[in-house]
Design a protein around this ligand. Structure first.
Ligand code: ADP
Length: 217
């Protein structure tokens, strides 16, 4: 963890010191350095947010604030937030949600869960790709399934991707602002709801993640 926090801070410090070294720097260089500082500080911010979230949900006395809501409401709320990202990356998506399904769960935590899975699908699917959500009832569980036809996860890495800071490709994740904590947060939220999470993925073909949340909890 300390390494994860130190890397962006060291980088920000280095570029700020260079800009303040008393020498003249041409405009293009200044702009380039400011862009790096901007990117690194955003990453640091995301990292701190995720670490705070994780430390809350890892506590033994962590409580869920449950309420009744329709799944379609949750899915559309998240979908609106990622709409621009989808467009910018040239991805298409389908949302198949059974409108009659109501859920008794922690809305904000479920929102975070759906958003993290959605963001990963967007992140790891090249432009022109497709993402599909299916939300159905399945033997006492509400089944959230997200499928993308992106880069996929090699078999040898699949057992570890729910660990904190584990990434298949460190550089790629960092470059795109990933914290390496998204799936650990997802796993904790699933477990807090006494649910189950499954992963199916084929390198170069795509990834499917299934989350099962008990209907009566
Ligand atoms: P990150 O911030 O790096 O995305 P996550 O915990 O969300 O961290 O994911 C861990 C790793 O799992 C990612 O770095 C990536 O290698 C892999 N991963 C997660 N979701 C997908 C996906 N839909 N397609 C391909 N790889 C994925």
């Amino acid at each position: 963890m300390s390494h994860e926090l130190r890397t962006p801070i060291t980088s920000i410090q280095g570029f700020v010191e260079t800009l303040l070294d008393g020498n003249e720097h041409d405009e293009e260089i200044v702009k380039k350095f400011l862009n790096i500082i901007n990117k690194e500080s955003r990453r640091l911010n995301a990292l701190i947010e995720d670490l705070l979230e994780l430390s809350t949900i890892e506590k033994d006395d962590f409580t869920l604030y449950k309420s009744h809501f329709y799944v379609t409401e949750l899915m559309h709320d998240v979908d609106q937030v990622v709409e621009n990202q989808l467009k910018e990356k040239g991805l298409t998506r389908d949302l198949y949600v059974d409108e009659s399904i109501a859920l008794y769960a922690d809305y904000n935590r479920m929102y975070q869960l759906i958003l993290n899975l959605y963001s990963n699908a967007i992140q790891y699917t090249p432009g022109g790709g497709h993402i599909e959500w299916n939300v159905t009832l399945d033997e006492g569980y509400i089944k959230f399934q997200i499928h993308d036809n992106g880069i996929g996860i090699p078999k040898k890495n699949q057992g570890r991707i729910f660990e904190r800071f584990y990434r298949v490709d460190q550089d790629r994740s960092r470059q795109t602002g990933g914290t390496g904590l998204g799936l650990s947060i997802v796993k904790h939220i699933v477990e807090a709801h006494e649910g189950i999470i499954k992963l199916e993925s084929e390198e170069g073909e795509g990834t499917t993640i299934i989350v099962l949340i008990p209907q009566k909890i």
